[in-house]
Design a protein around this ligand. Sequence first.
Ligand code: HSE
Length: 365
Amino acid sequence: MLYRQEYTEKAWATTLPKASKDHVGSSAPMRVVLAGFGVVGRSFFELLRDKTPELASRYGFVPRVVAIVDSTGYAFDEKGLDLARILRAKAKTGKVGPAADRPVKDIISRTEADVLVEATPTNFRSGEPGLSHVRAAFISKKHVVTCNKGPLGIAFQALNELARHNGVQFRYSGAVGGGTPILDFGKTCSTGDDVTKITGILNGTCNFILTRMEQDHLDFRDALGLAQKEGYAEKDPTLDVNGYDSAVKISIIANHLKISRATVAEVKTKGIQAVSSAEVSDALAKGKAVRLVATADNELTVEPVVIPRDDPLCVSGPYNAVKFHCRSSGPKVIVGKGAGGPETASSMLRDLIEIRGSMDGTTKK
Ligand code: HSE
């Protein structure tokens, strides 16, 4: 048998939800349900596999993935899944286990676990299925770590309220900036000061495309193909190039810093599909560059803008850069790679460590 304990009614009967704070003490394992096993979900799983001994010795943190579910199947083991074995099975068969016979949100609700790590593909229109997954986790008293931008762009305020109501934490650093801690940096900038405006390069795919058009004279399609190959683009890459991904990220930053309550639908958005090779070359000849810039000011906008090459926002390749304009202390910029499986997985692991630490007071809440 592939798994120590298959998904059975007997298993369900013993997996009723329980308030997580009751059973995560300083040495107790943190039980994790993982939803989504695409580029990021798999990277997160690999990171856990590789770092488990270090997590125990550095943080006293023992994560145990008890369930994993994706669009192809389901695996469960209340004692903790064998991570290496699941990865081998997925590589060999394309599945993590047999097909689940009930909705994923029910699996999330009924599995006894402390945290849901949600990494299903972003849906900018309905937020689903991620939105239902996150809600199910909160209602069953599980913390949530997610990189899924859909639920955040559509229901940021409502989800945070639901988390508070259920006494659990909601962390989403991987939703903006890949592995670059843009949200934490922005929060620090806004503590004791006022962030009056935010400008940023928030989509690694668009920045990669514009850079390759500029430096290698690739046409738009070829550059997009490369971004997809590198794993930067969304499952549906039109969401990158039409500006939606940047729009959802600027709305998440603005909501996170409490400077706007706008949803993704309220962001005025224009993408890079109409940017021509001639415009890119023309900007280059003038010592400038075309970049897709997201702004949070009186309103939230996303549009291609010609910026000076010495502007700190003028980053190359799949990089993100965000400038926080602070009333007292002036502008501050954070730069880092903004997309990629291992990078985003590192943010999710950071969130998990923070949740674990806040439970026993070893890291800030
Ligand atoms: N498709 C996104 C990007 C992934 O290119 O920035 C990271 O959110």
